[in-house]
Design a protein around this ligand. Structure first.
Ligand code: BG6
Length: 489
């Protein structure tokens, strides 16, 4: 048996340790990793923020955050172990001299420093300079950042250039939390470990593919950020395009980061541009109005707290995407994502082609296509829709649609299914870049999305309305119906 790989312990610095991202996500994920015994015993977690706190006070804040945001009960023994790793430093991130304090806590000889930038992007450059000037960085140091990495190609280049002055590309870990989701990774296994899918994964057998990322949440006090961003840049530029690359990429040579990044970039390069000339037939933008979510009245986008009532920002987007390469020629991908939709549902549906001839006309005038449905959330799993004979001794064979249904939680009862963050934070501490985004990928994705944004700006049209609690504007149904297809119910 192979030895279990050991990883060097880390000093994980969370810049912005008192902020939302740190309190709601990072500390929770780290605690869960602790609970699963996945953090190296000597790893330490250093919170950095600009407010004055002693380490003991930070431990108290972390405890409160866990009580508030951890869904499970806090285990005293695990908490004791976890809290022993925590310490705090007060640093004003804009004051270079203050970074010197890091010398008092870091141990760059025996530990790798992982710098987690859990702050707004305008501070990234300050942190990079502060770290560089204080002399705490080594070749082993890493930095972790997440979206928004810019709001278009140019602004993302500015951020990446700033970071590149201090860290080389192999030291940079860009997070898209969808890549930590089990079912996204399972796409690799489904596609490249199963001959029934590997041989059928192309334009010969697949008719079209749908990706739906429907959210129940509205703006939730994030108006400032969201209104400048919109659903295209908030969700589609990153999460949906990442899912798309995993569905569409060619088999990578192996599971190394370089091989996977290379194949994903090729998909992004092959996306047919959506431009001023074709934007109307390829895209639908929506904005929710007041409606009902599970029977409860909710305000419209323009009535949310802090709203600018003139806003034309989209909270929903649906696209028809074409990939111009040999594998996918003639196979449209329909993507849709929106806030305040009927329920939270993230799924991929692969529609296989209909058979050319039907000998079961007693049951179906037209044979329904086989479907492979991959549920990303809320309940991870994979279903295959096939036709089976209804048992019986009728004169004619009768068939009906049936499902081969694999629920992850049922099937893999013993292994816990971690959320995206846990997996990604752990991989960043281990230094495994496979699940992180390369600069080239992000820039390619922005180039494609910028063209849509430009076409929308140019058209001057407003988003179409849809009541909260529905599946989006009627125009999104028309988008797919024009091709003789319908969204998966
Ligand atoms: C974030 C977006 O990246 O993803 C949010 O900024 C969105 O607006 C969230 O709500 C959705 O994540 P998940 O994991 O709940 O699908």
């Amino acid at each position: 048996m192979k030895d279990k790989k050991t990883f060097k312990p880390c000093d994980l610095i969370i810049f912005g340790a008192l902020g939302d991202l740190s309190r709601r996500k990072l500390l929770i994920s780290l605690y869960r990793l602790e609970n699963a015994n996945l953090i190296e015993p000597d790893t330490r977690i250093i919170g950095v923020d600009r407010h004055t706190h002693a380490s003991a006070e930070f431990v108290e804040i972390a405890h409160k955050s866990l009580q508030e945001f951890l869904n499970d009960k806090l285990d005293d023994k695990i908490w004791k172990r976890f809290s022993a790793r925590l310490s705090y430093l007060k640093i004003d991130l804009t004051q270079m001299a203050e970074y010197q304090q890091l010398h008092t806590v870091l141990d760059t000889e025996n530990r790798v420093t992982v710098n987690y930038f859990a702050v707004a992007p305008f501070l990234f450059s300050n942190i990079c300079q502060g770290l560089a000037q204080s002399g705490v960085l080594t070749e082993e140091s890493r930095m972790v950042m997440e979206k928004p990495i810019g709001h278009d190609l140019k602004s993302s280049q500015v951020i990446n250039d700033e970071v590149a002055k201090v860290f080389n590309e192999t030291q940079v870990f860009r997070i898209d939390h969808y890549l930590g989701k089990e079912t996204v990774l399972n796409l690799l296994a489904l596609r490249f470990a199963n001959s029934i899918f590997t041989t059928n994964w192309n334009h010969n057998t697949i008719d079209h593919i749908q990706v739906t990322v429907a959210e129940e949440v509205g703006i939730e006090g994030r108006w400032e950020y969201f209104d400048k961003t919109g659903q295209l840049r908030d969700m589609l530029q990153n999460h949906l395009l990442q899912i798309l690359t995993f569905i569409a990429m060619e088999p990578p040579v192996n599971l190394e980061a370089k091989s996977i990044h290379r194949e994903k970039i090729k998909v992004l390069e092959a996306l047919r541009p959506i431009t001023r000339a074709n934007v109307d037939e390829k895209t639908v933008r929506g904005q929710y109005t007041a409606g009902y979510m599970k029977g409860k009245a909710v305000p419209g986008y323009l009535e949310e707290d802090g709203a600018n009532t003139e806003s034309t920002t989209e909270s929903f987007v649906a696209l028809r995407v074409d990939i111009d390469n040999w594998r996918w020629a003639g196979v449209p991908f329909y993507l849709r994502t929106g806030k305040r939709m009927t329920n939270k549902r993230t799924e991929i549906v692969i529609y296989f082609k209909q058979l050319p001839h039907n000998i079961f006309a007693d049951s179906f005038r037209e044979l329904p296509p086989n479907k492979l449905i991959i549920h990303l959330q809320p309940n991870e799993g994979v279903e295959v829709e096939i036709l089976n004979k209804i048992p019986g001794i009728d004169e004619h064979i009768k068939i009906q649609k049936t499902k081969l249904d694999l629920s992850f939680s049922e099937t893999f009862k013993k292994s816990s299914i971690f959320g995206g963050y846990e997996k990604l934070v752990l991989e960043a501490m281990r230094g495994n870049p496979t699940l992180f985004l390369s600069r080239e990928e992000i820039e390619q994705a922005w180039t494609w999305v910028d063209s849509i944004q430009d076409a929308w700006r140019h058209s001057g049209d407003s988003p179409k309305n849809y009541p909260a609690g529905t599946w989006g504007p009627v125009a999104s149904i028309a988008l797919i119906a024009r091709d003789g297809r319908a969204w998966e119910e």
